[in-house]
Design a protein around this ligand. Structure first.
Ligand code: KG4
Ligand code: ZN
Length: 339
């Protein structure tokens, strides 16, 4: 079974071909980061225009990389939400035209389900796919959630952020520290050379004593804004690296604590972590340590499958197609589509 996945929900134009739901035959991502960087964030109209310009070459490249013909495809899967409406439309209308022209089934994929499906892709290390039931920690630019997953499409939301998503907090703090957009990767890099214990100020952990599974990052963000505003000069050099390490530790600490609490409360023994922030080295290391201590199985896809990509959409599309969940030509985009 060969499924083409198309992803255009935000600022990456992606096309990928996945075989039997697991084996990545091709994975092409055209990033728009350099286009949006001067604006300090993603400009929706600019993103849509860039998707229009790159979507066809990106799809052609994926088909060529996989060494197949368009006629070999079994289905065309595409992200239909959540995301930027104009950006989503480019992918969905392209997928519809392609599916119609090829006479192949069309599959609409929820971007968040796509992130979760990344854990099923063969990572080259022989890691078996997740088993059911398991807990998923979804940490991206727009979402932070703990989800109990009983089976394909059987999800129960245990907790989510009440304000900013984890990735959003990284990006906003990155901006405050003068690191530009997107801040997540840059903070990760600087934190690796910093030491949180050397940072002069303690940063707050949201909802530390509360017995719920929700998150909140706005207090942490405000704390950073206050510290930055009170300083006579911007953070630089080692001091900047140490502060990044302290901020990252504050975010990671909460994510790890709540994940452990959710695993214990739900009696689950497997944790899947996905979304752009799952690429963070501090989070990966802290979760690996928690998994060793608590004895749960930890599955985190390689970093390039955590950030937006089309292979995860092809994987989720393959699962839906196998279950007979097929969309018609009326498939619409939904910028606020819930999981
Ligand atoms: O999943 P994703 O690529 O797009 C969304 O669906 O939102 O996630 C993007 C988010 C951004 O906020 C970005 O800063 C963050 O993931 N991110 C990271 C890292 N790589 C990406 N945050 C922390 N450390 C990273 N290494
Ligand atoms: Zn995403």
């Amino acid at each position: 079974m060969l499924v083409l996945g198309i992803e255009t929900s935000c600022d990456e134009t992606g096309a990928s071909i996945v075989e039997d739901g697991r084996r990545v035959r091709a994975d092409v991502v055209a990033s728009q980061i350099l286009t949006h960087a001067p604006y300090g964030g993603v400009v929706p109209e600019v993103a849509s225009r860039q998707h229009v310009a790159t979507i066809v070459p990106v799809i052609r490249r994926a088909v060529a990389d996989a060494g197949i013909a368009f006629s070999d495809l079994d289905a065309v899967a595409v992200t239909c939400g959540p995301g930027l409406v104009g950006a989503l439309l480019v992918g969905v209308e392209t997928a519809k035209a392609l599916a119609f022209a090829l006479g192949k089934p069309l599959v609409g994929v929820n971007h968040l389900a796509g992130h979760l499906a990344a854990a099923w892709l063969d990572d080259g290390n022989g890691t078996p796919p997740p088993s059911y039931p398991h807990l998923a920690l979804l940490v991206s630019g727009g979402h932070t959630a703990l989800i109990h997953i009983d089976g394909p499409g059987q999800t129960r939301l245990l907790g989510a952020t009440r304000d900013d998503a984890a990735g959003e907090a990284f990006d906003k703090v990155g901006k405050m520290l003068g690191l530009g957009y997107p801040g997540g990767v840059k903070i990760d890099k600087l934190a690796a050379t910093g030491d949180a214990r050397r940072a002069a100020t303690a940063l707050p952990r949201a909802l530390p004593g509360r017995d719920d599974l929700d998150f909140s990052f706005s207090g942490l963000k405000t704390a950073v804004a206050t510290i930055v505003a009170r300083r006579a000069a911007p953070f630089e050099g080692q001091e900047l690296a140490d502060f990044c390490a302290a901020f990252q530790e504050a975010v990671v600490d909460v994510l790890v604590r709540k994940s452990r609490r959710a695993l214990a409360r739900e009696g689950l023994r497997e944790l899947v972590v996905c979304g752009g922030v799952a690429a963070n080295r501090g989070l990966r290391a802290a979760l690996a340590e928690a998994a060793r201590e608590d004895g749960f199985r930890l599955i985190i896809p390689p970093p390039k499958r955590c950030t937006d990509n089309a292979a995860m959409i092809a994987a989720a599309g393959s699962q839906l197609y196998a279950r007979g969940v097929i969309a018609g030509p009326e498939l619409a985009v939904d910028p606020g589509l819930p999981l």
